[in-house]
Design a protein around this ligand. Sequence first.
Ligand code: TRP
Length: 446
Amino acid sequence: MGNGTENREQWGSRLGFIMAAAGSAVGLGNIWRFPYITGVNGGAAFVLVYFAIVFTIGISVMLAEFVIGRNAGLNAVGAFQKIKGGAWPVVGWMGVIAGFMILSFYGVIAGWTIAYMIKSVSGLMTLAAAGKAGDAFGAFVTNPVQVIAYQVVFMAITIWIVYKGVGEGIEKYCKIMMPALFVILLILIVRSVTLPGASKGLEFYLRPDFSKLTGASIFAALGQGFFSLSLGMGCMITYGSYLNKKEILPSAAVTVTFLDTMVAFLAGFAIFPAVFAFGIEPGAGPGLTFVTLPNVFAKMPGGMIFSFLFFLLLFFAALTSSVSLLEVCVAYFKDQMGWSRTKASWLLGGVITALGVPSAISLGGNLKIAGKDFLDVMDWGSSNFLLPLGGIFISLFVGWVWLDGAKAEATNEGKHPFSWMTAWIWICRVVAPVAIAWIFVKGLKW
Ligand code: TRP
């Protein structure tokens, strides 16, 4: 068995690590999923609940993952093995399996972003102007050859970045793509909020109406927070394992959580004012991005450019997340099985791409398991089952099983005490496990 702790790769700088971890967190979850979930759940009141959850439970589980990862300096499985052993490595195992599952369908949807960048400048605007954006989307996702081709292209880029390594691949490209993403987002916001009629969208997004809040929306906020912060599968354990011992972990958790939440919040400013300005339904569901927005862009002066920029933004966001999903799997095979990075990246990336093919085909409507599309099954199984279960065990591990070790690691052996340590510990001990168990039990309903 290889031991990854000697000569282990490390992040080149604090900024590089923050960009990579924020890159993992900021993804399709923020720009594609957050706005439509907010739309479906009634707007501003949901956003407030989301913030409350993310800055209590989310931030605490993220810190727990950083602490475990840096202490062990190993992948998700190896970290639990090294710190405690027993049955705990099973938590890491579930994470690696979740990595395979999530990336398999994530790569399919991410592939759409490449297709839509190309479509934006080759006729999508004309189709949308003629009211055919929905038909065009339907025709596209039910054409397996196209969907798989774009998925393969996206996965090849993901694999290539991971193959280049932690510093020369993941860190380097996240440091380029994350600032670019931010600039594009700002351009889109300025365009959106200056459209005539934008204020109705701002009102929907910013004026809370608590009567719209239901148990189901709180549940949705928890699930969304978990997925958006990349928690529960050892992603932040793996990224934390490449950190040096001087890094201050609580402030890193605050920064990454803040950046992720800010991008999700800002994505709403790019989308809702435009959607309302053109009189489109905000609760349109998953199609909000690929169907509704092209309609919006088609009606704007210079829409082709804004449409292209939007899908480029989505592409960058997806890519910096997909590399983190693949890295969880690669780190495991590298550390525990002694595989080279090259072999692990290409082989595992290839397997995951193949695993995504049923998801890609299922959108044609004829690959169902118990009445659900294969893609939904993968999403459901990971988001409602493996991630929350992983989150519960990670919190309990830090809160009860390995408390003194976790405290020492979180404070750099007492050199950097942090003000919210007591809150962190009690959230890990009680609040997070109970809240997540609730997602788990509710989510199990098929
Ligand atoms: N957080 C990413 C997003 O918002 C997706 C993601 C990347 C993820 N790594 C993860 C989700 C690990 C759960 C676990 O799109």
